[in-house]
Design a protein around this ligand. Structure first.
Ligand SMILES: Nc1ncnc2c1ncn2[C@@H]1O[C@H](COP(=O)(O)OP(=O)(O)OP(=O)(O)O)[C@@H](O)[C@H]1O
Ligand SMILES: [Mg+2]
Length: 331
């Protein structure tokens, strides 16, 4: 069953802007433009897109904080706005940009308060708090007021706060923003375990594509409010990442090689990078052509990384998007 469902969802904000010296004009900004999406129970779905794409707007609609202009949203079969109170018990939310914890209270007290807010049975609450203290190593700062926590500590507190009432669905809006590499890794491990061991359905918004690679079984990409890709990470790579790079270490440094179907994109002493289109040639042919021109010491083949692929999608030069991008019914 779909836990999160959007059908043709549109969200327009009205903004006022100056039209002349005094006059102001109302303008509509379409932040989300006919998005349809269905996330199944237990999925860990990445929801990415460039700044201003409409990600946070989508998450806010899913929590019921804001209402879509048109279209239909169901979360656990319910209308997030009309059945907001009922749904609150079943969803958890983390906005990385701001905390939901009480600024002046230590984590321990915040967690106690949340037990009352969500009316979690005492034993269940105790067990959850202990499990999260363990998983996220919260012990050393449970008694520190939230205002004194570092960003990474606070984020671990926020994640716990979002999960103490055993929600089935978790929305994460940039949960790793501003964290160091070790904290990021810890948060990722934690999210993976929450999804795997507790079966929580997760919608994850992030600008960190390592989050996506490590965690997501599925990746949805939006841009200018529109859905431009929905599939697995492997699919997006094979669909948009049609380039490979052969890295050759030559016996001696020399001028850039000339190989049909490949382009030298970097030279560093005896090392050269040759980029080629998989549709046009093969790594074997490129290597063979290089071997005819120079003595080879070593070779490596680089797959396109997700950063590369996503950069191309965002910049609009990915060749294979017309089916979605130029669909006249979406104009
Ligand atoms: N309250 C608002 N009033 C008017 N316009 C808004 C409002 N909130 C967002 N927008 C506009 O809607 C669009 C989508 O914004 P949103 O915050 O959803 O993007 P985002 O994908 O979360 O971006 P980011 O990666 O920067 O967080 C932007 O053009 C933004 O300026
Ligand atoms: Mg945002």
């Amino acid at each position: 069953m779909a836990q999160i469902e959007l059908v043709d969802v549109v969200k327009e904000y009205s903004v006022w802007h100056r039209a002349g010296r005094v006059r102001r004009q109302r303008k509509l900004v379409r932040a989300v433009d006919r998005i349809s999406l269905s996330v199944a129970e237990g999925e860990l779905c990445g929801y990415i897109g460039p700044n201003g794409a409409g990600k946070s707007t989508t998450v806010k609609m899913l929590t019921g904080i804001i209402v879509p202009t048109s279209g239909r949203i169901r979360v656990a079969g319910k209308d997030p706005q009309r059945q907001r109170i009922e749904l609150a018990r079943r969803i958890g939310v983390v906005f990385g940009q701001r905390t939901q914890l009480w600024w002046d209270l230590p984590l321990a007290d915040s967690f106690d308060l949340l037990r009352h807010v969500y009316r979690v049975p005492h034993d269940r609450h105790r067990a959850n708090v202990n499990a999260f203290i363990d998983l996220l190593d919260l012990g050393p700062f449970m008694q520190t007021p939230v205002r004194q926590l570092s960003l990474g500590q606070r984020m671990r507190g926020d994640l716990t706060a979002a999960l103490l009432h055993d929600p089935e669905i978790l929305y994460l809006d940039e949960p790793t923003i501003g964290l160091d590499v070790v904290s990021k890794a810890r948060v990722r491990e934690f999210l993976a375990s929450v999804n795997r061991d507790r079966g929580v359905t997760v919608l994850l918004t992030t600008h960190d594509l390592t989050d996506v690679e490590r965690l997501c079984t599925r990746l949805v990409v939006i841009d200018h409010g529109r859905l431009i890709h929905d599939g697995t990470v492997a699919e997006i790579k094979s669909r948009f990442g049609d380039h490979r790079t052969v890295v050759v270490d030559l016996e001696e440094a020399g001028p850039p090689l000339e190989v049909a179907g490949a382009e030298v994109v970097g030279v560093d002493g005896p090392r050269q990078w040759l980029r080629f289109d998989r549709q046009a040639t093969t790594a074997a042919a490129v290597v063979a052509a290089v071997a005819e021109q120079a003595a080879l010491r070593d070779i490596a083949i680089e797959e396109p990384d997700i950063e590369d692929v996503v950069r191309r999608i965002y910049s609009g030069d990915a060749a294979s998007t017309p089916d979605l991008r130029d669909d006249p019914s979406r104009a």
